[in-house]
Write a protein that binds this ligand. Structure first.
Ligand code: AMP
Ligand code: ZN
Length: 468
């Protein structure tokens, strides 16, 4: 049995998707006004763990992640640079996909963009107006939370004490005030807007996710994820909009990951206490898989305190897994099979599955893996590992890695951007028969961990794995 902690009920619940064997998953994506920071990436790594584990357990997962490319922040950024919204968000969208790739986060099936789903949002807002749940004020349209009896059920706010008679136009606000929120914002001087049948304007943030989740996954789907900061107001408002529109519950399991913090504070752009992946990789030579290990290794509902010391420990742990595989792949073992080793693999598998089935208890799963390493090393020392055991253990670790996704050697890794032009420069040097320069570049690349092979189909490259 798999169970997940559902924010809605406040309890762990057995997981059963609407359609047996298939999971419909929606995860809140980036607001593309800047590069993602590693706090955002913690949320995406958690969602990746969830998805990969469900796939490991045999579910087919349909995954949708939205891209918020119109909101107060993207508009502010575009105006500051005097460019269109699209021009402004494009590099951040590209950087976002690159970050996912660098961290081995498997891609979603769809990445719908808010600006491409205005019609779907307008349809819902129009229906909410017709139902009398939404109202117009100053050419904007607001949702009346007093008319949705379930308001507050996700975030557990006490409406009697907190309900404010005010309205709020901004998309983000604190739990201390439950207010009518904007579904559609009237055009303002210098801001982009759409001419639609509900009037000119632009959507609020919350309506985006109601429109895009239902378009791609249907009115009711299985799992909705985000960080805990999304619970209120974003997800609370999403429930209010979608349940009013569809007249039924829309999400069965709400899963939220806790924050990545630095010195006791949530990592965020507004506080300035953040690191981006590119900063860590380029300026501090952090290995992406060490960061993935760090982000994965704390249970998703616990706060994770980011330190460079913790990152070093994560790298050492990750290296231990790779060294273990190297040893098993390169040591000469006697032929045959040993029951001790086979039994150990079975036990490890059971603990791994049991751990992650219990609300993604990653500590149990990682402990199982590291105990396998420790115990197998003892067996090796005692001469109790045979060639078949070594082979089975390697395959087994790779099978677990379908969930952890920490072993980049099995993946067709993308070359770091700064190395690509080098390869082209070398090609050019070879064409010009400047073999001295070509050789110099080959050496430089080798130092950076890239091996080049000249084949009749052109140049091929391989990442050189650091061994021991
Ligand atoms: P945003 O781009 O701000 O809309 O956030 C994208 C995702 O990152 C959302 O799921 C947020 O809840 C999540 N997030 C933002 N900051 C953090 C943080 N410090 N730790 C973990 N998740 C975060
Ligand atoms: Zn969302």
């Amino acid at each position: 049995m798999i169970q997940f902690f559902n924010t809605l009920s406040g309890e762990k619940e057995p997981f059963a998707p609407l359609v047996p064997g298939e999971v419909k998953l929606y995860t809140c994506g980036p607001t593309v006004y800047d590069f993602s920071h590693i706090g955002n990436l913690r949320a995406y790594v958690f969602e990746d763990l969830l998805k990969r584990f469900l796939q490991f357990r045999g579910f087919r997962v349909a995954h949708v992640m939205n891209i918020t490319d119109v909101d107060d922040k993207t508009i502010r950024g575009a105006n500051a640079q005097s460019v269109s919204l699209n021009e402004y968000t494009k590099p951040y969208i590209e950087a976002f996909f690159k970050d996912l790739n660098v961290l081995n986060i498997s891609p979603a099936d769809h990445y719908p963009r808010a600006t491409e789903h205005i019609a779907e949002m307008v349809r819902i807002i129009k229906a909410l107006l017709e139902k009398g749940i939404a109202y117009r004020t100053d050419a904007s349209i607001y949702f009346s939370i007093a008319k949705f009896p379930g308001y507050g059920k996700l975030s557990k706010i006490n409406l009697d004490q907190l309900r404010s008679t005010k309205r709020v136009e901004s998309d983000e606000y604190e739990k201390e005030s439950a207010q009518d929120f904007a579904l559609w914002k009237a055009p303002k001087e210098g801001e982009p807007y759409w001419d639609t049948e509900i009037g000119p304007g632009r959507p609020g943030w919350h309506i985006e996710c109601s429109a895009m989740s239902s378009k791609f996954l249907g009115p009711t789907f299985d799992i909705h994820c985000g960080g805990v900061d999304n619970i209120f107001p974003h997800h609370e408002n999403e429930i209010a909009q979608s349940e009013t529109y569809f007249g039924k519950p829309v999400v069965n399991y709400w899963l939220h990951c806790h924050h990545l913090i630095v010195n006791g504070e949530k990592m965020s752009k507004s506080k300035g206490n953040y690191f981006t992946l590119r900063d860590l990789v380029q300026k501090r030579q952090v290995k992406p898989m060490a960061l993935r290990f760090l982000l994965l290794s704390t249970h998703y509902r616990k706060v994770l305190n980011f330190t460079f010391e913790a990152l070093e420990q994560a790298e050492a742990a990750w290296q231990r897994i790779k060294d273990f595989l190297y040893e098993l792949e390169h040591h000469a073992f006697p032929s045959g099979k040993n029951s001790d080793s086979q039994k150990l693999l079975e036990e490890t598998n059971d603990r791994f599955v049991e751990g992650l089935s219990d609300d993604l208890n990653i500590s149990v799963a990682l402990t199982a893996l590291f105990e396998l390493i420790k115990k197998t090393n003892v067996l090796i020392k005692d001469g109790k590992i045979c060639a078949d055991d070594a082979k089975d253990t390697v395959s087994f670790v790779y099978s677990l890695d379908r969930v952890f996704a920490l072993l980049p050697s099995k993946k067709d890794m993308d070359l770091a951007d700064e190395l690509r032009p080098k390869i082209q420069e070398r090609e050019q040097a070879r064409k010009e028969r400047n073999f001295k320069r070509a050789d110099e570049i080959r050496k430089e690349l080798l130092e950076a961990g890239i091996i080049l092979e000249d084949t009749k189909d052109g140049v091929r490259w391989k990442i050189l794995e650091k061994r021991g």
